[in-house]
Design a protein around this ligand. Structure first.
Ligand code: GLY
Length: 258
């Protein structure tokens, strides 16, 4: 099934080495290696039958390669979010230009203060969106998102986060009712109706895979997850994201897919 035609990514900037990190995966990113991994990521996406818009690095925002957070793109509209991380908030103003190439102003919506929302907290399952209430996404942000989605005939429900940074740090939808779940999401009632693939704790990072037009991109180095995804019948590609992992970032964070 072809669902996505476009992908937007932003090149990592040199300042990425100062990006936000929980320290869960220790070490400073190696910038040169991060660039190579980003090249590989773009190549993998191109194999999934999408065109890839590559935005220039933005040195003002160390985390700006994680382009999924300042915008959410749906089948009917684009939503510019209001990132809850202060050092990342300005990224929302820098993504608008790219989004305008695909949506007219009548179909670009905005999450406004005091609402905060980051795209990493939003998981699209058809026309329903699960939204993590996290340190970055607040109740008012979710209220505004719910209102915007309703305008376009889509729905939304809140999932409370206890441990992870973003919702998609721990749970990701692979279409066809298949969902990768790890940690705090394994037994969540919200996801009871899906075919859940439980990710072993030692491979928890790889819960963050992305489905792109029937291919699933899996982070390199997680054999149990790779096999589980292949057993579901998907074509797979692997990309090493070691330098982004040090900033708590994963495959989904690095692109907008629509
Ligand atoms: N380093 C990615 C983030 O914390 O948003």
């Amino acid at each position: 099934m072809k669902k996505f035609n476009h992908v937007i990514v932003r090149r990592p900037c040199k300042a990425m080495v100062e990006g936000i990190t929980s320290g869960l995966y220790p070490g400073k990113p190696d910038y040169e290696l991060a660039l190579k991994e980003h090249d590989d990521y773009i190549e993998a996406l191109k194999k999934c039958d999408v065109d890839v818009t590559v935005l220039e690095a933005d040195e003002r925002y160390p985390d700006s390669c994680f382009v999924e957070d300042p915008a959410l793109i749906t089948r009917a509209c684009a939503i510019i979010t209001n990132p809850g991380a202060e050092s990342r908030n300005g990224e929302k103003d820098e993504i608008i230009g790219a989004v305008r190439k695909f949506f007219d102003d009548d179909h670009i919506e905005y999450i406004k203060a005091p609402g905060t929302l980051e795209g990493g907290d939003v998981m699209m399952c058809g026309d329903h969106f699960y939204v993590g209430r996290s340190a970055r996404t607040n109740e008012e942000g979710i209220r505004q998102l719910t209102e915007i989605l309703a305008k376009y005939g889509m729905t939304c429900s809140e999932v409370k986060l206890e441990e992870v940074l973003h919702l998609k740090t721990g749970v990701n939808y692979l279409e066809d009712n298949n969902m990768l779940v790890s940690g705090e999401f394994v037994d969540k009632e919200d996801f009871a109706s899906y075919n859940k693939v439980v990710i072993p704790e030692e491979e928890a990072y790889a819960a963050n895979c992305i489905w792109v037009n029937d291919t699933v991109i899996v982070p390199e180095g997680y054999p149990a997850v790779l096999k589980a995804v292949q057993d579901l019948g998907y074509k797979t590609l692997t990309v090493d994201t070691s330098e982004y992992r040090k900033l708590d970032g994963g495959l989904s964070c690095l692109s907008l897919r629509f």
